[in-house]
Write a protein that binds this ligand. Structure first.
Ligand code: KIV
Ligand code: ZN
Length: 544
């Protein structure tokens, strides 16, 4: 690989999945892994196999299918490396190996904290014990797999001298990539860059391994820190689509890739990413995780290429480079608003959906066309944003245990808001529920609860107008948590101590926001019921 190539290590399916509520089903993970492979990432960190048997199986299935296939049109003609995370214990490493070994290019990624606060309070290990464990476990991983990555967790707050020793021990034991995590997003760009430079200068054998960076975004500096690392010699960057990950998230793949791409003349560095797929993959990840992308998000936000002010529009009309440093098509963003309406045919809809990343055929296309026509009857013009909102939930939906059939709400200032809902269950039985509530949405949710009978708390409810205008589509997102799960003991693979209960998301889009709310709530309940029947936790992992 050329000196100027920066490897893109994607951890959307591992660190990204550790975002509260972002857990994906196995089918969704496979879908994301396929998209990442097409995008051209070098390494897919597919999960943490020791977390649960389901996690192990999900990584195995990615290793087996995505890790052995060369995707047509993929920038590099080899399957991506499939990586599994493991704590520095023999049993974690065994599980990671079992999961990744079907891949053509498997990797074990093992980690152990090195900072004083983690050594003293979390691990309760001395420096010597940490070094001995690194030697032993990296050596063990290397006895199984030729490609081993080691991460000194919380490297950003580790004493430099001890960091050199830990990294040298990992190299001696056979590590091929050394990842430097700023686990808590504490460092500033000049500091982090300096750390990488010093590591390059002071660790014996470092010239024979790849230096990687893994920056969290607690101070909003993840991309800047990663870039500083690269400028000082790192040649692998660990990233997640849309920047999802623990707490404030990880470095966003799209940001680092486009920084290197846009400033190529200055930096002279390359990645193998097909940038035109960035928006498409961003949408997929947002859909399967239920984590919406803020409109002003760099590169993939809805406003990233929108120009509002008259002065900007005037400049753009004269020369696009006045206000655009990248072309929207370079990242697969749609700048022009498509005019689809009630006179549009199925073919036009299919084409447009394909451009937006939804390949629908046959019955699925027929059903989508019916939904589209229903919306076109209520709304004069249908934009890309409307379409994404309308079809976002038809990609990889969990099993439908309950479907909204009908809904009526009476509300206003003269009486108690009252909702009547008619729901069809998985056996085709029609169930009717009635409830009053503090408002129309509360009444609807309570009426649904009366039918579904799975106690849960509503953590978050948001409604957004997808486009402008009084006839705009309303998009509702909800997050719920089963009530009993608050007491179930869970362990966070990275930090080992926090207890988190699963969170499930649901999404609904309609011109009527009460109907959209009911659909979103049912989608979240369906997701919860499907995940339970798959035996999978949504976030955090069961103690193993
Ligand atoms: O943030 C971190 O330190 C991690 C390690 C497991 C690499 O995610
Ligand atoms: Zn991390």
């Amino acid at each position: 690989m050329s000196e100027n190539h920066v490897r893109i290590f994607d951890t959307t399916l591992r660190d990204g999945e550790q975002s509260p509520g972002a857990t994906m089903t196995s089918a969704e993970k496979l879908e994301v892994a396929k998209a990442l492979s097409r995008l051209g990432v070098d390494v897919i960190e597919a999960g943490f196999p020791a977390a649960s048997p389901d996690d192990l199986r999900a990584v195995q299935s990615i290793a087996d299918s995505i890790g052995t296939a060369v995707v047509e049109g993929r920038p590099r003609p080899t399957p991506p490396i499939i990586c599994g995370l493991a704590r520095a214990t023999q049993s974690d490493i065994d599980k990671a190996w079992e999961a990744v070994r079907p891949a053509a290019n498997p990797r074990i990624h093992t980690f152990l904290a090195t900072s004083p606060i983690h050594r003293e309070h979390k691990l309760r290990m001395s420096k010597e014990q940490v070094l001995a464990r690194i030697r032993e476990m990296v050596g063990y991983a290397r006895s199984l797999c030729a490609d081993v990555e080691f991460s000194p967790e919380d490297a950003g707050r580790t004493e430099m001298e001890f960091l050199y020793e830990a990294l040298a021990a990992a190299i001696e034991a056979g590590a091929t990539t050394l990842n430097i995590p700023d686990t808590v997003g504490y460092t500033l760009p000049h500091e982090f860059g300096e750390r990488i430079r010093l590591i390059k200068e002071n660790v014996p054998g470092i010239e024979n391994v790849v230096i990687s960076v893994h920056c969290h975004n607690d101070l909003g500096l993840a991309t800047a820190n990663s870039l500083a690392g690269v400028l000082n010699g790192a040649r692998q960057v660990e990233v997640a689509i849309n920047g999802i990950g623990e707490r404030a998230g990880n470095t966003a793949l799209e940001e680092i890739v486009m920084a290197l791409h846009t400033r190529h003349a200055l930096l002279g560095l390359e990645t193998s990413i097909d940038t035109t797929q960035l928006c498409r993959v961003s949408r997929l990840v947002s859909t399967v995780t239920g984590m919406s992308v803020q409109p002003n998000k760099a590169i993939v936000g809805a406003n990233a290429f929108a120009h509002e002010s008259g002065i900007h529009q005037d400049g753009m009309l004269k020369n696009q480079e006045t206000y655009e440093i990248m072309r929207p098509e370079t990242v697969g963003a749609e700048k022009t608003h498509l005019v689809l309406g009630k006179h549009s045919g199925k073919h036009a809809l299919q084409n447009r959906l394909r451009e937006l990343g939804y390949a629908l055929e046959g019955d699925a296309l027929g059903a989508a066309f019916d939904r589209f026509k229903a919306l076109a009857d209520k709304k004069k013009t249908i934009t890309d944003a409307d379409l994404v909102a309308l079809f976002k939930d038809s990609l990889v939906e969990p099993k439908e245990h309950f479907r909204l059939d009908d809904l009526q709400v009476v509300c206003g200032s003269m009486g108690l808001p009252t909702a009547t809902v008619r729901i069809v269950d998985a056996d085709g039985q029609i169930r009717v529920g009635v409830s009053v509530g503090t408002g129309p949405v509360d009444a609807v949710f309570k009426a649904i609860d009366g039918i579904v009978k799975v106690p849960c708390s509503l953590l978050e409810y948001s409604v957004n107008s997808v486009t402008r205008g009084i006839d705009a589509l309303g998009e509702v997102s909800v997050r719920i948590q089963p009530e009993e799960s608050a007491v179930s003991q869970r362990i966070n693979p990275q930090h080992g101590e926090s207890a988190r209960a699963p969170v499930y998301h649901g999404h609904g889009a309609e011109t009527d926001i009460i109907v959209a709310s009911a659909k979103a709530y049912l989608a979240a309940l369906n997701r919860m019921l499907s995940t339970r029947s798959e035996g999978q936790a949504e976030n955090g992992v069961q103690v193993v």
